[in-house]
Design a protein around this ligand. Structure first.
Ligand code: MOS
Length: 748
């Protein structure tokens, strides 16, 4: 069922516009343009003098806390809504980069001109705390860390640790960083005659964000929690007061969820009395959209003589900003290896920062880095090969719930990855490459939770045998549209060009968001249940009570009977429409535990004089269930591995501790890997599953394990373990006891 990308031609020919590129023909609007002014410091009181800005002919209005329409507090399931205080509701500054004014002007240049003469006065507040090491007094123990647990206890982990033959005891640190998808993002909003609002934006989860907008703007119960419940639980559809239209998104990675521009654009349109496009600059996105939190962890592992884990003790300290979101660090690490006892204790510090949020592999990317460094440490102490140690600690059942796994192929991932990489034959004990550089080899395991989110699909089989699937899915580049189209073709036996995924945004039914590597298969489950109902109707039309029918080459196949041509049945039935739903299930929530797994291998070369490093090869083998579209899925894996490379080596958004603002909030300075940074990256699929719905997540598993594999290769090459991400040059210089001073010394 491999097809080309449904939206591929639109994208490569440039017809798929970012929201900022949409024109009258796309939206029916010629919007004014809004830009925001943000606070340069993290605390204080602000006042805005708009006199000069308003004197410019192109300025329509300037909105600040004094004249902004009131917004109500919201409760949003995504947890990354803009905090306890909605934008422009108070003169108090909570974090640097907070929106303090919004300018609406005739066009972009007029808005820039007005912004340049806007006078912002700030009465200083106390010195902010924006990094964990400045915030000891703010650390609070928590029972829950976002969607993850804050506390876990199995047996007496501390006693087991004290009795262990081998103990690893490490502290890791993880810098905050930002997802930087290509599209900075804009939001277009228009108030309509019925008092509702139409919004064009690139989002990951339409109905969740529509509910946020409805709550904040006070658009009544139908647009708030009650409306959301009606759609998410009961599958209600239809026009609401908040019409959030669907657009292809130029990447997202978790950041395009419940962001402030979704509230600011309708606010600006209301005040201006005309449609408005709010344009975010790249710098704006660093504080108007979310980042991955700073985290530090103390990790202790106890192992017996044979290197088997007897105790896992993890103590994360997690930074959060001005949103409910807390990085779910404790969610996954206990689920990777078999062990006797464990203890998780989490503390959270609320810092003077913008809201943190979801970013590919939330929680797990940090957590597995620490766990894998601990495993490497135990491997060194026991003198085992890192791979053998992981195999020895393989969890044959779910280590927390003791449930059996639903199709786990981690052992196969180790084998296939090691074979493709040549792990068993790697040079050991300090080899060098042809250029006099130290060579190092490292590996790590990966895990990510499998879960399904609610979705409601309406599927129509038309009398001319076309299938129209309607639900508010979000294509953020992951290939969901292509995957679902191929799958529906498989479910119905009809060719792909007779299948249409209608994705109008909130006018369509509630869909699972493109979040947590779950979007495609959660929505697929809803679609499947609708298709089953359609088949049952066709069977009845064919005079069959059996549900053992299936669709095949434009015919209904019935056991013990000649296939009945679909055309004949449809002539009788006319269009058939059915609704299907998928419910909420979590990884270990069902009878079987479910997760994606992986094994990552890295070869590195390090210059012994400068400690410049090159990741030479990355090989990953991933068990991510059934793969619908191998080309697209492989691109997902390779892309996520490259993101892991960024996490390991460069991604870090730095903070000015006095003023509290991000100092490298530009794409030229907040480094992410470019083509030239990318090594030879290989991704393999294992655990091949062919059952129609044997899905697990693909998108996020492949970032997990990459950073620890890279750190592990660095340790192998240099003998120095760096317990922090990213492994910056400064950290490398500090960690390696004495870099060599000459190539002659290196050769000796
Ligand atoms: Mo994902 S980080 O839930 O978009």
């Amino acid at each position: 069922m491999q097809g080309h990308r449904i939206e591929g031609i639109e994208k490569v020919t440039g017809r798929a516009g970012f929201v900022d590129d949409l024109r009258l023909a796309d939206t029916g609007m010629e919007p004014l343009v809004a830009l925001v002014a943000t606070a340069p410091v993290a605390s204080g009181r602000v006042s805005v003098d708009a006199t000069a800005a308003l004197a410019l002919p192109g300025t329509r209005c300037v909105i600040d806390h004094a004249n902004a329409p009131r917004m109500r507090g919201v409760f949003v399931a995504s947890m990354c809504e803009p905090g306890t205080r909605m934008p422009l509701q108070s003169d108090r500054i909570d974090y640097a980069g907070q929106v303090v004014a919004m300018i609406v002007a005739d066009d972009l240049q007029a808005a820039r001109d007005a912004l340049a003469v806007l006078t912002i006065a700030i009465e200083d507040g106390p010195t902010p705390a924006v990094i964990l090491s400045d915030a000891d007094d703010r650390l609070v123990p928590v029972k829950r860390a976002g969607i993850g647990p804050g506390v876990l206890k199995k047996g007496d982990a501390h006693t087991a640790l004290a009795a262990a033959t081998h103990v690893a005891d490490i502290e890791t640190h993880h810098a905050p960083h930002h997802p930087n998808p290509m599209e900075p993002g804009a939001v277009i909003a228009r108030w309509d005659e019925d008092g509702g609002v139409t919004i064009h934006a690139a989002v990951q989860w339409h109905h969740i964000d529509a509910s946020m907008i409805g709550q904040a703007l006070g658009l009544g119960w139908g647009a708030g929690p009650a409306g959301l419940l009606g759609r998410a639980v009961l599958g209600c559809t239809g026009k609401g007061k908040v019409r959030l239209e669907n657009h292809l998104s130029g990447g997202a990675f978790g950041r395009n969820i419940s962001y402030q521009a979704l509230l600011l654009a309708p606010m600006a349109a209301k005040v201006a009395g005309a449609p408005v496009k709010l344009v975010q600059t790249r710098r704006d996105t660093f504080s108007l959209m979310s980042h991955r939190s700073e985290v530090r962890q103390r990790l202790r592992l106890g192992a017996n003589d044979a290197g088997k884990l007897t105790s896992v003790v993890i103590e994360p300290d997690i930074a959060r900003g001005h949103a409910a979101f807390v990085e779910p660090v404790g969610e996954m690490p206990m689920q990777l290896y078999a062990h006797d006892t464990h203890r998780l204790t989490t503390r959270v510090a609320k810092l003077d920062l913008p809201g943190a949020g979801w970013m590919r592999g939330p929680g797990v990317a940090h957590a597995i880095f620490a766990l894998e460094q601990g495993m490497d440490d135990i491997a060194r102490r026991t003198g085992s090969d890192p791979l053998d140690l992981r195999i020895a600690n393989h969890a044959d059942e779910h280590p927390v719930s003791a449930k059996p796994w639903d199709a786990k192929a981690l052992l196969e991932a180790y084998e296939v990855g090691a074979e493709a990489f040549g792990w068993r034959d790697r040079p050991k004990g300090g080899s060098s490459d042809g250029q006099g550089r130290w060579r190092g080899f490292g590996m790590a395991s990966a895990i990510d939770l499998g879960r399904q989110f609610p979705a409601h699909a309406t599927v129509t089989l038309t009398r001319d045998a076309r299938v129209v699937v309607s639900l508010a899915v979000a294509e953020i580049g992951q290939g969901l549209l292509t995957g679902l189209t191929g799958l529906v073709s498989e479910m119905t036996g009809l060719p792909q060009d007779q299948i249409e995924i209608d994705r109008r945004g909130t006018d369509a039914g509630y869909a699972a968001g493109s979040i947590g590597s779950t979007g495609t298969y959660s929505n697929a489950a809803a679609i499947q249940s609708a298709v089953e109902k359609i088949k049952a109707k066709l069977a009845r039309a064919a005079g069959e009570n059996s549900t053992e029918v299936w669709l095949q080459q434009s015919a209904l196949a019935v056991p013990g009977r000649d296939p009945v041509p679909l055309a004949d049945l449809l002539a009788k039935t006319g269009d058939i429409t059915a609704k299907g739903r998928a419910g909420l299930t979590f990884g270990a929530g069902g009878k079987q535990a479910k997760a994606s797994f992986g094994a990552v291998f890295c070869e590195m070369a390090v210059d012994p004089v400068t400690l410049e490093l090159e990741v030479v090869r990355l090989v990953g083998a991933y068990d991510c269930g059934r793969v619908l579209q191998p080309t697209i899925a492989r691109a997902q894996l390779v892309g996520a591995m490259i993101m892991g490379l960024g996490q390991a080596l460069m991604e870090e958004t730095r903070l000015d501790r006095r003023r509290g603002n991000w100092t490298n909030a530009e794409i030229g300075e907040a480094l992410i890997p470019t083509q030239a940074d990318c090594p030879d990256v290989e991704a393999h699929f294992v655990g091949h599953q062919d059952g129609l719905m044997d899905f697990k997540g693909i998108a996020e598993i492949a970032i997990v394990g990459v950073a620890p594999a890279i750190a592990s290769a660095f340790a192998d090459a240099t003998g120095a373990v760096i317990h922090a991400t990213p492994l910056t040059h400064a950290r490398r210089l500090a960690a390696v006891a004495r870099p060599l001073t000459s190539r002659r010394e290196a050769a000796a």
